[in-house]
Design a protein around this ligand. Structure first.
Ligand SMILES: NCc1cc(CSc2ccccc2)c2nc(N)[nH]c(=O)c2c1
Length: 372
Protein backbone atom coordinates (compact mmCIF):
# COMPACT_ATOMS: atom_id res chain seq x y z
CA UNK A 1 0.00 0.00 0.00
CA UNK A 2 1.08 3.59 -0.46
CA UNK A 3 1.73 4.83 3.06
CA UNK A 4 0.49 8.39 3.71
CA UNK A 5 3.48 10.77 3.32
CA UNK A 6 2.90 14.36 4.43
CA UNK A 7 5.54 17.00 3.74
CA UNK A 8 5.09 19.58 6.51
CA UNK A 9 7.79 22.09 5.49
CA UNK A 10 10.50 22.59 2.91
CA UNK A 11 13.43 24.92 2.21
CA UNK A 12 14.52 24.59 -1.42
CA UNK A 13 14.74 20.87 -2.16
CA UNK A 14 15.15 20.01 1.52
CA UNK A 15 11.88 18.79 2.97
CA UNK A 16 10.61 17.46 6.29
CA UNK A 17 7.52 15.36 6.86
CA UNK A 18 6.00 12.16 8.23
CA UNK A 19 5.70 8.74 6.60
CA UNK A 20 2.82 6.98 8.37
CA UNK A 21 3.15 3.19 8.58
CA UNK A 22 0.94 0.64 10.38
CA UNK A 23 3.82 0.06 12.82
CA UNK A 24 4.45 3.71 13.57
CA UNK A 25 5.11 7.14 12.10
CA UNK A 26 8.52 7.84 10.58
CA UNK A 27 9.65 11.48 10.74
CA UNK A 28 11.65 12.47 7.66
CA UNK A 29 14.43 13.05 6.84
CA UNK A 30 15.29 9.86 8.72
CA UNK A 31 18.41 7.78 9.30
CA UNK A 32 17.73 4.04 9.49
CA UNK A 33 20.20 1.86 11.47
CA UNK A 34 21.16 -1.36 9.68
CA UNK A 35 20.25 -4.58 11.47
CA UNK A 36 21.83 -6.99 8.97
CA UNK A 37 21.53 -10.37 10.75
CA UNK A 38 18.46 -9.39 12.80
CA UNK A 39 20.54 -7.26 15.13
CA UNK A 40 21.88 -3.73 15.12
CA UNK A 41 25.38 -4.91 15.91
CA UNK A 42 26.49 -4.58 19.58
CA UNK A 43 23.24 -2.88 20.64
CA UNK A 44 20.05 -4.07 22.30
CA UNK A 45 16.86 -2.74 20.72
CA UNK A 46 16.24 -0.76 23.92
CA UNK A 47 19.50 1.11 23.23
CA UNK A 48 18.42 1.62 19.60
CA UNK A 49 15.04 3.01 20.76
CA UNK A 50 16.69 5.19 23.42
CA UNK A 51 18.81 6.66 20.63
CA UNK A 52 15.51 7.71 19.00
CA UNK A 53 15.71 5.38 16.00
CA UNK A 54 12.25 4.80 14.53
CA UNK A 55 12.87 2.25 11.77
CA UNK A 56 15.60 -0.34 11.25
CA UNK A 57 16.81 -2.33 8.26
CA UNK A 58 16.99 -6.06 7.73
CA UNK A 59 18.97 -7.89 5.11
CA UNK A 60 17.36 -10.47 2.82
CA UNK A 61 20.73 -11.86 1.69
CA UNK A 62 22.02 -12.59 5.20
CA UNK A 63 18.73 -13.86 6.64
CA UNK A 64 17.93 -16.16 3.69
CA UNK A 65 21.30 -17.84 4.28
CA UNK A 66 21.12 -17.90 8.08
CA UNK A 67 18.81 -18.79 9.82
CA UNK A 68 16.84 -18.97 6.47
CA UNK A 69 13.71 -16.96 5.76
CA UNK A 70 11.51 -20.04 6.24
CA UNK A 71 12.80 -20.48 9.81
CA UNK A 72 12.18 -16.80 10.61
CA UNK A 73 8.65 -17.24 9.25
CA UNK A 74 8.08 -20.35 11.40
CA UNK A 75 9.20 -18.28 14.41
CA UNK A 76 6.62 -15.58 13.71
CA UNK A 77 8.43 -13.28 11.28
CA UNK A 78 11.33 -10.85 11.69
CA UNK A 79 9.59 -8.40 14.06
CA UNK A 80 8.72 -11.17 16.54
CA UNK A 81 12.02 -13.02 16.01
CA UNK A 82 14.13 -10.00 17.00
CA UNK A 83 11.61 -8.22 19.25
CA UNK A 84 11.24 -4.99 17.23
CA UNK A 85 7.65 -3.74 16.90
CA UNK A 86 8.47 -0.63 14.85
CA UNK A 87 8.75 -0.51 11.05
CA UNK A 88 11.40 -2.58 9.27
CA UNK A 89 12.73 -1.98 5.75
CA UNK A 90 14.51 -4.85 4.02
CA UNK A 91 16.76 -4.74 1.00
CA UNK A 92 16.05 -7.17 -1.85
CA UNK A 93 19.41 -8.93 -1.49
CA UNK A 94 20.84 -8.40 -4.98
CA UNK A 95 23.35 -5.79 -3.91
CA UNK A 96 24.71 -8.02 -1.13
CA UNK A 97 24.89 -11.02 -3.48
CA UNK A 98 27.20 -9.04 -5.78
CA UNK A 99 29.28 -7.66 -2.92
CA UNK A 100 29.44 -10.66 -0.57
CA UNK A 101 28.68 -13.99 -2.21
CA UNK A 102 31.39 -16.20 -3.66
CA UNK A 103 30.28 -16.95 -7.19
CA UNK A 104 27.27 -15.18 -8.59
CA UNK A 105 25.65 -15.06 -12.02
CA UNK A 106 23.13 -12.44 -13.10
CA UNK A 107 20.63 -13.78 -15.63
CA UNK A 108 17.35 -12.33 -16.91
CA UNK A 109 15.34 -14.63 -14.70
CA UNK A 110 17.34 -14.47 -11.47
CA UNK A 111 20.66 -14.12 -9.70
CA UNK A 112 22.29 -17.44 -8.77
CA UNK A 113 25.04 -17.47 -6.16
CA UNK A 114 26.95 -19.45 -3.60
CA UNK A 115 26.68 -18.59 0.07
CA UNK A 116 29.74 -16.85 1.54
CA UNK A 117 29.02 -18.86 4.71
CA UNK A 118 28.98 -22.47 3.50
CA UNK A 119 29.12 -22.38 -0.29
CA UNK A 120 25.53 -23.61 -0.67
CA UNK A 121 23.83 -22.60 -3.92
CA UNK A 122 20.91 -20.16 -3.97
CA UNK A 123 18.63 -18.45 -6.45
CA UNK A 124 17.27 -14.94 -5.96
CA UNK A 125 14.60 -13.88 -8.45
CA UNK A 126 12.34 -10.82 -8.16
CA UNK A 127 9.53 -13.16 -7.11
CA UNK A 128 11.64 -15.04 -4.54
CA UNK A 129 12.92 -11.77 -3.06
CA UNK A 130 9.35 -10.49 -2.63
CA UNK A 131 8.33 -13.82 -1.04
CA UNK A 132 11.25 -13.62 1.41
CA UNK A 133 10.77 -9.96 2.31
CA UNK A 134 6.99 -9.61 2.33
CA UNK A 135 5.73 -13.10 3.26
CA UNK A 136 8.49 -14.80 5.25
CA UNK A 137 10.27 -11.93 7.03
CA UNK A 138 7.15 -9.73 7.08
CA UNK A 139 9.00 -6.52 6.26
CA UNK A 140 6.99 -3.27 6.22
CA UNK A 141 8.92 -1.61 3.38
CA UNK A 142 10.07 -3.99 0.65
CA UNK A 143 12.66 -3.21 -2.03
CA UNK A 144 12.51 -4.46 -5.61
CA UNK A 145 15.33 -6.69 -6.82
CA UNK A 146 17.76 -4.57 -8.83
CA UNK A 147 21.23 -4.65 -10.35
CA UNK A 148 23.72 -2.09 -9.08
CA UNK A 149 26.78 -1.65 -11.31
CA UNK A 150 30.12 -0.79 -9.74
CA UNK A 151 31.75 2.56 -10.48
CA UNK A 152 33.09 3.66 -12.90
CA UNK A 153 30.67 1.98 -15.27
CA UNK A 154 30.63 1.86 -19.08
CA UNK A 155 27.50 3.63 -20.33
CA UNK A 156 26.34 0.47 -22.15
CA UNK A 157 26.73 -1.63 -18.99
CA UNK A 158 24.93 0.96 -16.88
CA UNK A 159 22.04 1.05 -19.40
CA UNK A 160 21.75 -2.74 -19.43
CA UNK A 161 21.64 -2.82 -15.63
CA UNK A 162 18.98 -0.09 -15.34
CA UNK A 163 16.85 -1.80 -17.96
CA UNK A 164 17.17 -5.18 -16.24
CA UNK A 165 16.33 -3.47 -12.93
CA UNK A 166 13.22 -1.95 -14.51
CA UNK A 167 12.08 -5.36 -15.84
CA UNK A 168 12.74 -6.81 -12.37
CA UNK A 169 10.84 -3.88 -10.88
CA UNK A 170 7.75 -4.80 -12.90
CA UNK A 171 8.05 -8.46 -11.87
CA UNK A 172 8.54 -7.38 -8.25
CA UNK A 173 5.35 -5.31 -8.36
CA UNK A 174 3.40 -8.15 -9.97
CA UNK A 175 4.64 -10.57 -7.30
CA UNK A 176 3.97 -8.04 -4.52
CA UNK A 177 0.37 -7.59 -5.64
CA UNK A 178 -2.01 -5.45 -3.64
CA UNK A 179 -1.18 -5.48 0.06
CA UNK A 180 -2.88 -3.28 2.63
CA UNK A 181 -0.12 -3.08 5.24
CA UNK A 182 3.18 -3.24 3.33
CA UNK A 183 4.86 -0.90 0.82
CA UNK A 184 7.03 -1.64 -2.22
CA UNK A 185 9.79 0.75 -3.34
CA UNK A 186 11.35 0.88 -6.80
CA UNK A 187 15.07 1.55 -7.23
CA UNK A 188 16.51 4.10 -9.65
CA UNK A 189 19.78 3.14 -11.30
CA UNK A 190 21.89 4.70 -14.09
CA UNK A 191 25.27 5.21 -12.43
CA UNK A 192 26.45 8.84 -12.90
CA UNK A 193 24.86 9.33 -16.35
CA UNK A 194 22.06 11.92 -16.29
CA UNK A 195 20.25 10.57 -19.34
CA UNK A 196 20.32 7.05 -17.84
CA UNK A 197 19.00 8.29 -14.49
CA UNK A 198 16.17 9.90 -16.47
CA UNK A 199 15.48 6.71 -18.41
CA UNK A 200 15.47 4.66 -15.19
CA UNK A 201 13.05 7.08 -13.52
CA UNK A 202 10.66 7.09 -16.50
CA UNK A 203 10.54 3.29 -16.45
CA UNK A 204 9.90 3.22 -12.68
CA UNK A 205 7.13 5.84 -12.89
CA UNK A 206 5.42 3.84 -15.67
CA UNK A 207 5.27 0.89 -13.25
CA UNK A 208 4.37 2.97 -10.18
CA UNK A 209 5.73 2.32 -6.68
CA UNK A 210 4.88 3.39 -3.13
CA UNK A 211 8.30 5.03 -2.78
CA UNK A 212 11.49 5.40 -4.78
CA UNK A 213 15.08 4.59 -3.87
CA UNK A 214 18.21 5.98 -5.46
CA UNK A 215 20.57 3.06 -5.91
CA UNK A 216 23.99 2.82 -7.43
CA UNK A 217 25.56 5.69 -5.50
CA UNK A 218 28.22 5.65 -2.78
CA UNK A 219 29.88 2.87 -4.76
CA UNK A 220 33.23 4.63 -5.19
CA UNK A 221 32.31 7.76 -7.14
CA UNK A 222 33.15 10.04 -4.23
CA UNK A 223 31.16 12.72 -2.42
CA UNK A 224 31.28 15.39 -5.16
CA UNK A 225 30.17 13.05 -7.96
CA UNK A 226 27.42 11.65 -5.71
CA UNK A 227 26.15 15.17 -5.01
CA UNK A 228 26.30 16.12 -8.70
CA UNK A 229 24.26 13.02 -9.55
CA UNK A 230 21.76 13.76 -6.77
CA UNK A 231 21.38 17.34 -8.06
CA UNK A 232 19.38 15.99 -11.01
CA UNK A 233 18.36 12.46 -9.98
CA UNK A 234 16.50 13.21 -6.71
CA UNK A 235 14.18 15.90 -8.18
CA UNK A 236 13.26 13.50 -11.00
CA UNK A 237 11.41 11.39 -8.43
CA UNK A 238 7.85 12.32 -7.41
CA UNK A 239 7.77 15.17 -4.88
CA UNK A 240 4.99 13.54 -2.87
CA UNK A 241 6.61 10.14 -2.42
CA UNK A 242 9.51 9.15 -0.13
CA UNK A 243 12.98 9.25 -1.68
CA UNK A 244 15.51 6.80 -0.18
CA UNK A 245 19.24 7.05 -0.86
CA UNK A 246 20.52 3.50 -0.32
CA UNK A 247 23.59 2.78 1.76
CA UNK A 248 24.47 6.40 2.49
CA UNK A 249 26.38 7.61 4.43
CA UNK A 250 28.67 9.84 6.43
CA UNK A 251 27.12 12.84 8.27
CA UNK A 252 28.13 15.19 5.44
CA UNK A 253 26.44 12.85 2.94
CA UNK A 254 23.22 12.93 4.96
CA UNK A 255 23.30 16.74 5.17
CA UNK A 256 23.97 17.18 1.45
CA UNK A 257 21.48 14.46 0.53
CA UNK A 258 18.74 16.25 2.48
CA UNK A 259 19.66 19.51 0.75
CA UNK A 260 19.00 17.75 -2.59
CA UNK A 261 15.62 16.31 -1.60
CA UNK A 262 16.39 12.91 -0.06
CA UNK A 263 14.14 11.72 2.81
CA UNK A 264 15.57 8.34 3.93
CA UNK A 265 19.10 7.09 4.52
CA UNK A 266 20.80 3.96 5.84
CA UNK A 267 24.41 3.03 6.45
CA UNK A 268 26.45 0.55 8.49
CA UNK A 269 28.91 3.37 9.29
CA UNK A 270 27.73 4.33 12.82
CA UNK A 271 27.99 0.79 14.19
CA UNK A 272 30.90 -0.40 12.00
CA UNK A 273 33.04 2.67 12.78
CA UNK A 274 32.03 2.47 16.45
CA UNK A 275 33.33 -1.10 16.65
CA UNK A 276 36.65 0.19 15.34
CA UNK A 277 37.00 3.07 17.80
CA UNK A 278 35.70 5.93 15.65
CA UNK A 279 33.10 8.34 17.03
CA UNK A 280 31.17 11.01 15.15
CA UNK A 281 30.67 14.44 16.76
CA UNK A 282 29.40 17.91 15.85
CA UNK A 283 33.05 18.80 15.18
CA UNK A 284 33.78 15.79 12.98
CA UNK A 285 35.02 12.25 13.64
CA UNK A 286 37.41 11.30 16.47
CA UNK A 287 39.47 8.15 16.88
CA UNK A 288 39.19 7.09 20.49
CA UNK A 289 42.40 5.06 20.19
CA UNK A 290 44.31 8.33 20.01
CA UNK A 291 46.57 8.87 23.05
CA UNK A 292 45.30 12.44 23.43
CA UNK A 293 42.14 11.02 25.04
CA UNK A 294 43.99 8.92 27.66
CA UNK A 295 43.33 11.45 30.45
CA UNK A 296 40.49 13.46 28.95
CA UNK A 297 37.83 13.44 31.64
CA UNK A 298 35.13 15.05 29.47
CA UNK A 299 32.28 13.08 27.85
CA UNK A 300 31.73 12.85 24.11
CA UNK A 301 28.66 15.14 24.35
CA UNK A 302 27.40 16.45 27.71
CA UNK A 303 24.27 17.83 25.99
CA UNK A 304 23.21 14.46 24.59
CA UNK A 305 20.42 12.36 26.15
CA UNK A 306 22.34 9.20 25.22
CA UNK A 307 24.16 7.70 28.26
CA UNK A 308 27.07 6.61 26.04
CA UNK A 309 27.60 10.22 24.94
CA UNK A 310 26.95 11.88 28.30
CA UNK A 311 27.93 9.58 31.19
CA UNK A 312 31.39 8.24 30.26
CA UNK A 313 34.70 10.09 29.93
CA UNK A 314 36.74 9.94 26.75
CA UNK A 315 39.54 8.58 28.98
CA UNK A 316 37.37 5.61 29.95
CA UNK A 317 36.25 5.03 26.34
CA UNK A 318 39.90 5.27 25.24
CA UNK A 319 40.80 2.62 27.84
CA UNK A 320 37.96 0.30 26.70
CA UNK A 321 38.96 0.60 23.03
CA UNK A 322 42.67 0.07 23.73
CA UNK A 323 41.77 -2.94 25.90
CA UNK A 324 39.47 -4.27 23.16
CA UNK A 325 36.67 -4.51 25.72
CA UNK A 326 33.22 -5.41 24.33
CA UNK A 327 31.74 -2.50 26.31
CA UNK A 328 33.84 -0.14 24.17
CA UNK A 329 32.21 -1.44 20.99
CA UNK A 330 28.77 -1.15 22.61
CA UNK A 331 29.18 2.41 23.92
CA UNK A 332 30.78 3.83 20.77
CA UNK A 333 28.14 2.18 18.54
CA UNK A 334 25.41 3.51 20.83
CA UNK A 335 26.88 7.05 20.76
CA UNK A 336 27.20 6.97 16.95
CA UNK A 337 23.64 5.75 16.38
CA UNK A 338 22.43 8.46 18.77
CA UNK A 339 24.52 11.11 16.98
CA UNK A 340 23.13 10.17 13.55
CA UNK A 341 19.62 10.43 14.99
CA UNK A 342 20.44 13.75 16.69
CA UNK A 343 21.75 15.08 13.38
CA UNK A 344 18.46 14.20 11.63
CA UNK A 345 16.45 15.70 14.54
CA UNK A 346 18.36 18.97 14.15
CA UNK A 347 17.93 18.88 10.38
CA UNK A 348 14.16 18.30 10.64
CA UNK A 349 13.80 21.14 13.17
CA UNK A 350 15.87 23.49 11.00
CA UNK A 351 13.78 22.82 7.88
CA UNK A 352 10.62 23.45 9.93
CA UNK A 353 12.11 26.69 11.36
CA UNK A 354 13.41 27.85 7.97
CA UNK A 355 17.01 27.76 9.24
CA UNK A 356 18.25 24.73 7.28
CA UNK A 357 20.59 26.79 5.07
CA UNK A 358 22.24 28.27 8.16
CA UNK A 359 22.60 24.86 9.84
CA UNK A 360 24.05 23.42 6.63
CA UNK A 361 26.60 26.24 6.33
CA UNK A 362 27.58 25.89 10.01
CA UNK A 363 28.08 22.11 9.83
CA UNK A 364 29.92 22.26 6.50
CA UNK A 365 32.35 24.82 7.97
CA UNK A 366 32.94 22.54 10.98
CA UNK A 367 33.33 19.38 8.86
CA UNK A 368 35.03 20.74 5.72
CA UNK A 369 38.55 19.51 6.43
CA UNK A 370 37.66 16.59 8.73
CA UNK A 371 36.40 13.84 6.42
CA UNK A 372 33.07 14.05 8.21
N1 LIG B 1 25.30 2.72 -1.44
C1 LIG B 1 25.47 1.46 -2.10
C2 LIG B 1 24.24 0.62 -2.15
C3 LIG B 1 23.83 -0.08 -1.00
C4 LIG B 1 22.73 -0.91 -1.05
C5 LIG B 1 22.31 -1.65 0.19
S1 LIG B 1 21.23 -0.65 1.18
C6 LIG B 1 20.74 -1.75 2.44
C7 LIG B 1 21.65 -2.52 3.11
C8 LIG B 1 21.21 -3.37 4.12
C9 LIG B 1 19.87 -3.47 4.45
C10 LIG B 1 18.96 -2.67 3.76
C11 LIG B 1 19.38 -1.80 2.76
C12 LIG B 1 22.00 -1.05 -2.27
N2 LIG B 1 20.92 -1.88 -2.33
C13 LIG B 1 20.27 -2.01 -3.50
N3 LIG B 1 19.20 -2.84 -3.57
N4 LIG B 1 20.62 -1.33 -4.62
C14 LIG B 1 21.66 -0.49 -4.64
O1 LIG B 1 21.96 0.11 -5.69
C15 LIG B 1 22.42 -0.32 -3.43
C16 LIG B 1 23.54 0.53 -3.34
Amino acid sequence: MTYPFQITAHQGQARTGVLKTPRGDIPTPIFMPVGTAATVKALTLDMVKQAHAKIILGNTYHLMLRPTAERVARLGGLHKFMGWNGPILTDSGGFQVMSLSKISKVKEDAVTFQSHIDGSRHILSPERSIEIQADLLGSDIVMQLDECVSWPAEEKRAREALQLSARWGLRSKQAFGTRDTQALFGIQQGSTFEHLRRESTERLLDIGFDGYAIGGLAVGEGHEAMCETLDYSAPLLPWDRPRYLMGVGKPIDLLEGVARGVDMFDCVLPTRSGRHGQVWTWDGPLNMKNARFAEDNTPLDAESDCPASRDYSKAYLHHLVKSEEILGQMLLSWHNIAFFQALMIRIRAAITAGTFDALRADLLSRWKTKDA
